[in-house]
Design a protein around this ligand. Structure first.
Ligand code: COA
Length: 225
């Protein structure tokens, strides 16, 4: 999987970049996920204990299965988000695992990570992006609403033993790329322009031929006389 070109964000004095992890970045994925699960256990379905026990093979498979973006400053990973296909909803992608290190919050890093998944999902041809968020997670709810996600009426809970944590499902419609019909229209106009030029050239040729015929006729008449 080719890494995407890092994009730079100038945040206060820090330069923060976003990059897509490759399948050989299991160590980085594991390290940042464990930090996230330790920091915000009720924001995610997986527990720190479960994740700590996962072999490297599982982390590597996750890198094949999901598009994983991390935000970095210097050589530190300070934020993560993942995007994947959604098996339940046709045409929908799923955004999950969003987390930003506490010391780096409120600088637009999560917003930029969400943008990365939106861009990825659009490029992959998904029409909707869905996610689950705990109803008590005011910060994440505010962020997602600001990024254009709205509740789609589906509710759930975290898995046992945290079933008491209720979640809303939010979704964002993804506008498709400019439809090919627009290109067809542009192509059609170009053909029309070429047709018009050809017709004008043919008319001009007819005119030249007619003049040549007339000249020939006049010459013949002159000879006869
Ligand atoms: C939710 C979280 C990812 C936000 O990260 P962040 O980098 O601080 O968010 P941003 O700086 O990009 O915020 C963008 C906007 O979201 C909203 N927002 C973010 N955090 C907010 C908060 N604590 N309170 C209210 N609004 C908030 C604001 O509108 C903010 O814009 P503003 O700063 O100009 O007002 C971060 O708090 C976090 O990692 N929390 C723990 C993990 C988590 O809950 N993940 C979500 C799982 S569904």
């Amino acid at each position: 999987m080719a890494p995407s070109r890092p994009t730079g964000l100038n945040l206060k004095m820090n330069v923060v970049k976003i990059e897509r992890l490759t399948t050989s970045d299991e160590g980085r994925l594991r390290a940042i996920r464990l930090r996230a699960l330790q920091d915000a256990p009720d924001a995610f379905g997986t527990t720190l204990e479960e994740a700590s026990r996962q072999p490297f093979e599982v982390w590597r498979r996750q890198l094949e299965q999901f598009a994983v973006f991390v935000s970095t400053t210097g050589d530190r990973d300070i934020g993560i988000v993942r995007g994947g296909g959604h098996e339940d909803c046709n045409g929908a992608a799923y955004l999950l695992s969003l987390w930003v290190a506490p010391e780096m919050r409120r600088q637009g890093i999560a917003a930029a990570l969400v943008d990365s998944v939106v861009a990825w999902a659009r490029t992959e041809g998904f029409r909707r992006l869905v996610l689950d968020v705990a109803e008590s997670n005011a910060a994440a709810l505010a962020l997602y609403m600001r990024k254009g996600f709205v509740p789609n009426g589906t509710f759930g809970t975290l898995p046992h033993p945290r079933r008491h944590i209720r979640e809303y499902q939010l979704e964002k419609k993804l506008e498709p790329e400019p439809p090919p019909a627009m290109n067809d229209v542009a192509g059609h106009l170009e053909v029309r322009r070429l047709d018009d030029r050809l017709m004008r050239n043919l008319d001009a040729l007819d005119e030249v031929r007619a003049k040549a015929d007339l000249a020939k006729y006049e010459l013949n008449v002159a000879r006869v006389q």
